[in-house]
Design a protein around this ligand. Structure first.
Ligand code: SF4
Ligand code: SF4
Length: 102
């Protein structure tokens, strides 16, 4: 399994993915470039666009539910790469999921 290198995370930030339940991995992720996402994780939406497949509970199918880490980190979509830790969007997601932080 591919794991997110912890060295990529800022150690002096109050906001950290390591204290977050991968909140942003419940958002719809459109595939706007080919980063090599395995086909089994790709679905076509109602408008014909490719999106990451999500499970019935909303989480991305590529998320490891035990570690809450991305199982295709090296191949993750562009949108996932550009979702910025500590951004207003990140804080919005964390606020919405505050009950499941661990
Ligand atoms: S919502 Fe923010 S802190 Fe949580 S996993 Fe996403 S980028 Fe990391
Ligand atoms: S591809 Fe990885 S980083 Fe992107 S939403 Fe899915 S689990 Fe999260």
């Amino acid at each position: 399994m591919t794991r997110i290198p912890l060295t990529q995370l800022p150690s002096d930030s109050a906001t950290s993915c390591s204290t977050c339940a991968a909140c942003c991995c419940q958002l719809e992720v459109m595939l706007i470039t080919d980063t090599g996402v395995p086909q089994r994780f790709i679905e076509t939406d109602d408008w014909g666009g490719e999106v990451m497949r999500r499970l019935d509970d909303g989480w991305c199918a590529a998320l490891d539910r035990d570690s809450m880490r991305c199982t295709i980190y090296e191949l993750r979509p562009l949108i996932c790469r550009e979702f910025e830790l500590g951004s207003p969007e990140c804080h919005d997601e964390r606020r919405g999921m505050v009950g499941i932080y661990r």
